[in-house]
Design a protein around this ligand. Structure first.
Ligand code: FES
Length: 103
């Protein structure tokens, strides 16, 4: 299960599948995430803010993700691209907030 807070502040608990990207889980449940590039790390429209308690449990962003985040809107220290986070049992309960939509 992951917990997603939408742009209105509502909390959603989403069922997960191991090996899925967090972006895919959010999109499959119909929450508004654009994910325009489909997970290729080239659009930043899957931008989320990771709950502080979870940030250190994620693998650090690789160079492409960091470069893409540099171009994202309203980037914060806990910003990540949700297509670059693979879900697994160790992330059960992961909590993220959808970043504002661009454009
Ligand atoms: S879906 Fe495009 S960067 Fe994540």
């Amino acid at each position: 299960m992951i917990r997603v807070i939408d742009r209105e502040g509502a909390e959603h608990e989403l069922e997960t599948l191991d090996g899925w990207r967090v972006m895919e889980i959010i999109r499959d449940h119909g929450l508004p995430i654009k994910a325009e590039c489909g997970g290729a790390c080239s659009c930043a429209t899957c931008h989320v803010y990771v709950d502080a308690a979870w940030l250190a449990k994620l693998h650090p962003p690789h160079d492409e993700e960091t470069a893409m985040l540099d171009e994202a809107f309203d980037v914060r220290p806990n910003s990540r691209l949700s297509c670059q986070i693979l879900y697994g049992p160790d992330l059960d309960g992961l909590t993220v907030t959808l970043a504002p939509e661009v454009g």
